[in-house]
Ligand binder design. Structure first.
Ligand code: C5P
Length: 301
């Protein structure tokens, strides 16, 4: 019997410039998403007609993942079924490799993978552009989960333009014990900036040149994240973790997205290995993983 398993990557933001809060409760962004080789798998399994959607989760931090219709993968299956006019009968089994509430878009990856896996299970052959439209209704980072690679995100983050990069980059990720809520981090960012004028976000030209040249140290110099101060404000222990980057000669250490995962850019794969050993032995984080990027977006395994 054919398996309908899709795999989607985690992301780190190479640039995350947060503009003013808009009336819809979202911030206008200019971001550069970069998909890295940490994955969640979503297995869509046939269910009896009328059974509806059900969900189970295996892998690390599975206890932190909701098993009901608040789960983004569940909402993705429902949205695809609505779009196609089919009954949403499926059991979704998610295998987590991406940290939960870690600032690496794990929930969005699950939604992207669920779209691809259910599309296959239900034999829909939905055009990619329509899957992208459904993805944008589910969350700001879900379209990128489908897209993968390296891409500029504007609007809420859902409008994507691909960026060509010359080479692969090696990262080490320090995963924290608990998660951080994305809305709480954005709210803290607003609180910290209250009273000062917030400029419209702009794409970093030097980061684009660095990505085109494939020079990891130039990329390192031009990484930026407007949510970092807010994440550190809510989780002060992150400043010690980021400080380890300098201590262990990472090219650069930044908070990934809304955190609390910290991302360290390495010179190459070997340097990433040395760095991950050093960071693990420091004992300041739950676990340390190594991953390269860019990698492709959600696809059938
Ligand atoms: O789009 P998503 O559901 O992933 O967003 C989660 C939360 O993150 C939003 O409810 C909002 O508080 C915040 N957010 C934002 N501006 C964005 C994207 C997300 O304020 N562009």
């Amino acid at each position: 019997m054919r398996q309908h398993i899709a795999r989607a990557p985690a992301k780190v933001n190479l640039q995350l410039s947060v503009g003013p809060l808009q009336d819809d409760g979202f911030h206008d962004l200019v971001t550069v998403f970069h998909a890295v080789a940490l994955f969640d798998d979503v297995h869509a399994m046939a269910a009896e007609p009328g059974a509806g959607i059900s969900l189970s989760v295996t892998g690390v931090q599975r206890d932190l993942v909701p098993l009901d219709s608040t789960n983004l993968a569940w909402r993705a299956a429902q949205a695809l079924a609505n779009h196609a006019g089919v009954d949403p009968d499926v059991h979704l089994r998610i295998t987590k490799g991406i940290p939960v509430a870690g600032g690496m878009a794990g929930g969005s990856a699950d939604a992207a993978a669920a779209l691809v896996a259910c599309d296959s299970l239900w034999g829909l052959r939905t055009p990619r552009a329509e899957l992208m439209e459904i993805a944008a209704t589910l969350g700001s980072d879900v379209p990128f989960g489908l897209h993968g690679g390296t891409a500029i995100g504007t609007g809420r983050g859902e409008i994507l333009t691909p960026v060509l990069t010359r080479s692969s980059f090696w990262w080490v990720f320090a995963l924290a014990e608990g998660g951080l809520s994305t809305p709480a981090v954005y709210a803290e960012c607003d609180r910290l900036r209250a009273g000062s004028a917030v400029a419209a976000p702009m794409l970093s030209g030097p980061l684009m040149s660095a990505l085109r040249s494939g020079d990891a140290s130039e990329v390192a110099k031009n990484l930026s994240n407007d949510l970092e101060r807010a994440a550190v404000s809510l989780r002060p222990s992150l400043s010690r973790v980021l400080g380890l980057g300098e201590e262990y000669a990472a090219l650069r250490a930044i908070v990934s997205g809304s955190g609390p995962t910290c991302a360290f850019l390495a010179r190459d794969g070997e340097h990433a290995l040395d760095l991950s050993v050093a960071l693990s032995s420091a004992g300041l984080c739950r676990t340390v993983v190594r991953a390269s990027g860019p990698v492709s977006g959600a696809a059938l395994v």
